[in-house]
Design a protein. Structure first.
Length: 404
């Protein structure tokens, strides 16, 4: 049997009949069939529970129909036209019902039109949102700042110890005089804003990819005894082997290595700290607590809301390192964590209408240079959510996630 297709006018009439209590059995069956769809049920309840409908129902219920009838009867009797009394009263009663039904239809059109306008606004807003790119700001030890995407292929600063070059979106430090490593040097800080990513080669040759909304502080020349940097946010490290230990300091944990490849996530607005080891060996420690060692393919995770030690589990490192290679790679990760990362890259804020949606798990791969709508559509189809996009008065983009 062919599936019944419903026109807007037909459904509006059936909803009106439902509110007015005038549906026949066959019409009620058709409406119930239409209401089997979850989205249809949501629209139905929005219509019949709207203030517009309720106000009219209360108004009609408040009318003293008998008093109105007696008043009309007196007028008509004076004209000796009793046969018109019942007709006029009945017509008045049905006129009120007709107005109520018309209100339902107008409310239906309002909500349907509003949904159409919301969809159009979302599409228009998403078209304005662009993915991130190579951008960063370098703060030198003398207080000078350099916007790196605007200063390509040149020496930024040459000192007696280090030559700093910015070429092909890579900031590189080259030690010019190795004999002066014992001299105390100033610190530089590399800031990568939202919608940004940048790479730096440190004075010892170690390479660091810095993710959106992150910063890395480091000396222009490492000391003879150790190599130490300070991280806020997320970075991937490829540390060259050296007799000196390489230490990454964060607010939550210190990561100590000799030569290895690993990822660190330590954002101030996250309620966790995590390190994922690709190769080599790392040690996690903090404030006198027992050290935790990771082997390749392991991830150390610290829940900052609970007083528990670092949890270690085996993972696929690609889930936590593919961001530096231009891809989002998620495997059964919560939407709350996923969309926070996505928001940093596209420069949008994400809001969940229902808190439970943050815990919905999603698996997928997406290119970071693709439109944000591609990823949102993938999530919508597999995680069964809805989304809408708006642009606030302060030009901030916001994505709202809700149940489908």
């Amino acid at each position: 049997m062919a599936k019944h297709t419903f026109s807007r006018d037909e459904i509006a009439r059936l909803i009106a009949g439902s509110v007015c209590g005038t549906l026949q059995a066959g019409e009620e069956a058709v409406l119930n069939d239409w209401l089997k769809d979850k989205e249809h049920r949501k629209l139905y309840h929005r219509i019949v529970h709207s203030g517009n409908i309720n106000a009219k129902q209360e108004f009609y219920a408040s009318l003293d129909k008998e008093k109105i009838y007696q008043k009309l009867q007196g007028r008509i009797l004076r004209q000796k036209k009793e046969n018109r009394i019942k007709l006029f009263y009945t017509a008045g009663r049905y006129a009120a019902v007709l107005l109520l039904c018309l209100s339902v239809i107008l409310t239906w059109n309002h909500f349907s039109g509003m949904e159409d306008r919301t969809a159009a606004m979302t599409e228009e807003t998403l078209a304005e949102i662009e993915p991130g790119d190579q951008r960063a700001v370098l703060l030198l030890s003398d207080g000078k700042t350099v916007t790196l995407e605007a200063d390509q292929d040149q020496a930024i600063r040459s000192s007696g110890h280090t030559l700093i070059k910015n070429r092909n979106n890579v900031l590189e430090y080259q030690v010019e005089n190795d004999d002066n490593q014992s001299i105390v040097t100033g610190y530089n800080t590399l800031y990568v804003p939202e919608k940004g990513i940048y790479t730096v080669i440190l004075p010892d040759g170690s390479k660091v990819w810095l993710n959106s909304g992150s910063s890395l502080k480091y000396p222009e020349v490492f000391s003879e005894s150790q190599r130490m940097v300070e991280l806020t946010g997320e970075a991937y490290f490829e540390v060259v082997k050296d007799a000196r230990k390489f230490v990454v300091q964060t607010k939550q944990q210190d990561i100590t290595v000799l030569g290895t490849s690993f990822n660190v996530s330590a954002y101030d607005d996250d309620r966790f700290f995590a390190t994922t080891l690709v190769e080599g060996k790392v040690q996690l420690s903090h404030r006198g607590t027992n050290a935790v060692f990771l082997a390749p393919g392991e991830r150390g995770y610290l829940d900052l809301d609970r007083e528990v030690p670092v949890a270690v589990k085996t993972v696929d490192p690609r889930n936590y390192t593919s961001w530096k290679d231009g891809r989002f790679y998620f495997e059964r990760q919560p939407l709350g964590d996923i969309l926070k990362k996505v928001g940093r890259w596209y420069g949008v804020k994400v809001k969940f209408e229902q808190e439970k949606l943050k815990n919905v798990l999603f698996t997928g791969v997406a290119r970071k240079n693709a439109p944000i709508e591609d990823l949102l559509e993938m999530i919508r189809k597999t995680a069964r959510i809805s989304y809408r996009a708006t642009k606030k008065d302060n030009a901030q983009y916001e994505i709202t996630i809700s149940e489908k």
